[in-house]
Write a protein that binds this ligand. Structure first.
Ligand code: PLP
Length: 434
């Protein structure tokens, strides 16, 4: 059969999906219609009962739809697409990235167990782990995960201390971000996954250590964690995957083993995606994501080189530059499905001098730049600038920010689809004025 998605490239699958879905019957439409019903007609009591019984292990081929908070056709189609792009068995979509992250933690970790997270995290994830999760008797610990693992920064890999650290039977979940937000650190995950695998030989069932990674900065175009042995990959769909700044969403992609607890968790915690958002993200977002990402990445490299060569800039952190501290490590890991190095669309930089200069520059851009907008979020068609220490990461105390290397002067830039020469002109003019 020629209509087999497995024979096609990532980009083609991002457009055609499963081609023919069992999630909903709409054979005459080129684009699936948007569903607008929150509840579904059940032909008999028996079928209704069967639906509840099957829930969570729903066959996409023939789902018994009951109520939108359980399963809904547009979301099911989006999930098919996401799991295909990540090479997972299942994807579970949520109303936001935080909905996905909190449901993951609350569904799979229980009282008395422990979550170990890298010390630098997206601000709300940090707040979730610091302020909320411990209330349920779950311990959380923040570590520099790279202290255990050899990196191109010259830290020595220490297998002995990693092994003994992991032998703590309370540890249930290890959590970090592929390119940490905002300073773009990269965790040398291979020895970590290897050590977890060894430790798991001594554990069974609900005591096994699980490893989850937030892949929002990399997207499935630049990094596909399940291929490397991670248990879960999380995406905030609000960012590059949705891409236009119109819809929020999140997803977990994983294996069949975790489908039931995560779907039951989503049902009971309620962080569901709306059919409206699922439809937009599927129809406009996913199908254009790899093209947008590649173009933004090309521009990002030009911008990073411009900034690096500017006399008023102290440092630029971008994985496409040879000066990137993890350059050697990521070269073989951050790759597009067709094998090209994919350093991404995000960068951070510092301006020389006092913080007042940083503030002056950012305010100047906010006021005078045509292409660059002062706003949070990332991965959109418009180029965005922000100062994480004061904005997205303000949930962290100043002390914790410093400890995890968040520098209050670090400026984050998310590259859009404008032409690079226009973005460079705006940056250059702004820098000249300070
Ligand atoms: C935005 C973001 C999130 C949260 O996603 P929402 O869709 O805003 O809830 C999580 N992780 C990272 C790295 C993000 O950038």
């Amino acid at each position: 059969m020629n209509k087999d998605p497995k024979k096609s490239s990532h980009q083609t699958r991002a457009i055609h999906g499963a081609f023919k879905t069992g999630a909903w019957n709409f054979s005459q439409h080129l684009v699936p219609p948007m569903t607008t019903s929150t509840t579904f007609r059940l032909e008999s009591l028996k079928r209704g009962a069967q639906g509840f019984q099957n829930f969570g292990q729903n066959k996409v081929d023939n789902p018994i739809l009951i109520y939108d908070r359980l399963d809904e056709p547009n979301t099911l189609m989006l999930e098919e697409q996401l799991s295909s792009l990540h090479g997972g068995q299942v994807a579970i979509a949520f109303g936001s990235g935080m909905g996905a992250i909190s449901t993951l933690m609350m569904s799979l970790v229980k009282q008395g167990q422990k979550i170990v997270a890298h010390q630098t995290l997206y601000g709300c994830t940090y707040s979730l782990l610091k302020n909320w999760i411990p209330r349920f008797g779950i311990e959380t610990e923040f570590l520099d995960l790279n202290t255990f693992t050899e990196t191109s920064l010259g830290k020595k890999f220490d297998l002995g201390s990693l092994k003994s650290y992991l032998s703590d039977s309370k540890i249930r979940l290890i959590y970090f971000e592929t390119l940490s937000n905002p300073q773009m650190e990269f965790i040398n995950f291979k020895p970590l996954l290897e050590a977890v695998k060894n430790e798991n030989q001594n554990r069974s069932g609900d005591n096994k250590i699980l490893v989850a990674v937030d892949n929002t900065f990399a997207t499935p175009w630049a990094f596909r964690p399940l291929e490397w042995g991670f248990d879960f990959v999380i995406e905030s769909l609000t960012k590059n995957i949705s891409g236009f700044g119109t819809d929020m969403g999140g997803a977990i992609v994983t294996s069949k083993n975790y489908e039931v607890p995560l779907k039951v968790g989503r049902k009971d915690f309620g962080a569901i995606m709306t059919a409206h958002s699922a439809w937009h993200i599927m129809v406009y977002g996913i199908s254009t994501q790899s093209l947008r990402f590649q173009q933004q990445q090309k521009t990002a490299l030009e911008i990073a080189k411009f900034l690096e060569s500017h006399p008023k800039i102290e440092k630029v952190i971008y994985p496409g530059l040879e000066s990137y501290p993890y350059f050697k490590l990521t070269k073989d890991l951050l790759k597009s499905p067709d094998g090209q190095y994919s350093p991404g669309t995000m960068m951070a930089f510092r301006i020389k001098g006092e913080f007042a200069k940083t503030e002056q520059f950012v305010d100047d851009i906010a006021e005078n730049s045509y292409t660059i907008t002062l706003a949070v979020s990332l991965g959109l068609t418009k180029t965005l600038i922000e100062v994480p220490g004061y904005m997205t990461h303000s949930a962290m105390s100043e002390q914790d920010q410093l400890k995890s290397g968040i520098d209050p002067k670090l400026i984050r830039l998310s590259i859009g689809l404008e032409s690079s020469s226009d973005i460079i002109r705006d940056l250059k003019d702004g820098l000249e004025r300070i």
